[in-house]
Design a protein around this ligand. Structure first.
Ligand code: ZN
Length: 113
């Protein structure tokens, strides 16, 4: 038999499942475990070109020559980028590149170094 969590209100161990809800027969508290699971899935995950999950502080390598907006220079393939910061938006990586300064990249054009 699967173990259900105790009631979060009165700590009764006689909780039972009713559809997607858990119910406590002692204090009549009802709650859902589904809501918690959904919140975890909604957390934004940024992946590199290979599907590896990126996180703040990671170092990445550029895998494609990228034109730098507002300048005539090109960010060359193989450029190393240290200490990325993940942000919301179309360009989901915020970083600073030697010789270029602060800029934003798309995660699909980098791979974890
Ligand atoms: Zn209870």
């Amino acid at each position: 038999m699967e173990t259900l969590p105790n009631c979060p209100k009165c700590n009764s161990e006689y909780t039972y499942e009713d559809g997607n809800m858990l119910v406590c027969p002692e204090c009549a508290h009802e709650w859902s475990l589904i809501a918690e699971a959904e919140q975890v899935e909604e957390a934004k995950v940024v992946k590199d070109a290979n599907g590896s999950i990126l996180k703040d502080g990671d170092a990445v390598t550029v895998i494609k020559d990228l034109k730098v907006k507002g300048s005539s220079s090109t960010l060359k393939i193989g450029t190393k980028v240290k200490s990325i910061r993940l942000v919301d938006g179309d360009h989901d990586i915020d970083c600073k590149i030697d010789g270029f300064g602060p800029m934003k990249l798309k995660s699909e054009f980098v791979k974890k170094a």
